[in-house]
Write a protein of this length. Structure first.
Length: 322
């Protein structure tokens, strides 16, 4: 591009970081919008978002409105008359006046193969559902959530060992390239927007705390997928006696046991690797590979069991034992 395009970038989490880096290397970043600093941790220290931290390092102007109900905040954006507004996992809805304000378009980077998995948690839901592939999309923003026409897209396979962290890293890097491609196509008037199909629409609802408790009556493959989907955040938990235990990793386990008379969540054996084997729904089994006692570090099962007593017959529950 001969003349650098003027961009407002809006994003918040680590997922957005590669996109800001890539776009800023080709375009002029006029300002960066991100979620306000939050108090977190035991000391309730104020924590900046990953995008805020990067923007500070790159000496970009940072804005952190709580919302866009204030007309002064909206007008400040509109008056800048930028070429594009680029949004990647920002976390705030934009009013129509902002959506219409750029010279070209407001573009949103979304981490799914739209229209599948519109909404808040597309990476986790794709893994949890057992999808074989997903995509990163650059789409034209509309008032409604994740419904706009797609400018650029790249499909990304999901392996059987993929977890949310590895897929997140892959997709965040690819997203930066797809957004830059979309910017170039739109600014050179070479783009052909593709309207999203009305078939196959699904919603990636926000993950709730109740979902993080493992339901051992589910089939082993469903539990194993959820462990991978929630691996980085928010995690999956179970209870043993008075202890809350996070299960980080497990694998499908084949064992030849006849006349099954176990409870779901019960330890029925220990594998050759010293890992507990758990009875799960539909007469299936799961080998627990990595786990963590609440407040302690993550360990492989063999190391964990050196300091924690777990025996055949013990049961993992979805609540504290009395």
């Amino acid at each position: 591009m001969k003349n650098k395009l003027r961009i407002i970038f809006m994003g918040t989490p680590e997922f957005s970081v590669p996109s800001l880096k890539e776009i800023s290397s080709h375009c002029e970043i006029i300002s960066v919008y991100t979620q306000p600093p939050r108090s977190s941790g035991r000391g309730l220290k104020t924590k900046l978002s990953p995008i805020h931290i990067l923007a500070n390092k790159m000496n970009f102007l940072v804005k952190t409105p709580n919302d866009f109900s204030d007309l002064n905040v909206v007008n400040e954006i509109v008056k800048l008359n930028v070429d594009f507004i680029i949004v990647v996992a920002y976390g705030l809805l934009l009013p129509p006046s902002i959506l219409k304000s750029p010279k070209f378009l407001c573009l949103n980077g979304h981490a799914s193969d739209l229209p599948r998995w519109r909404g808040a948690a597309p990476i986790q839901r794709a893994i949890e559902a057992g999808d074989k592939s997903t995509a990163v999309c650059a789409m034209i923003m509309e008032k409604t959530l994740d419904t706009g026409p797609i400018i650029s897209k790249k499909n990304i396979p999901i392996s059987n060992s993929e977890n949310s962290q590895t897929l997140h890293e892959k997709m965040s890097e690819e997203m930066s390239l797809i957004l830059m491609e979309a910017i170039e196509l739109v600014s050179s008037k070479k783009y052909v927007p593709k309207i999203q199909s009305k078939q196959g629409i699904t919603y990636a609802k926000k993950i709730t705390s109740t979902e993080t408790i493992i339901n051992w009556s589910n089939q082993n493959i469903l539990i194993e997928r959820k462990l991978r989907a929630f691996s980085t955040w928010p995690g999956c938990w179970t209870y043993h006696r008075k202890n809350r235990i996070r299960i980080h990793k497990a694998s499908i386990y084949d064992i030849n046991i006849k006349n099954i008379d176990f409870s779901h969540g019960q330890v029925v054996d220990f594998s050759i690797n010293g890992c507990p084997v758990i009875f799960t729904g539909h007469d299936t089994f799961l080998e627990i590979l990595e786990l963590q006692k609440d407040g302690r570090k993550k360990m492989g099962s063999e190391e964990f069991l050196r300091g924690y007593k777990l025996e055949v017959g013990d049961i993992f529950n979805n609540h504290f034992d009395n």
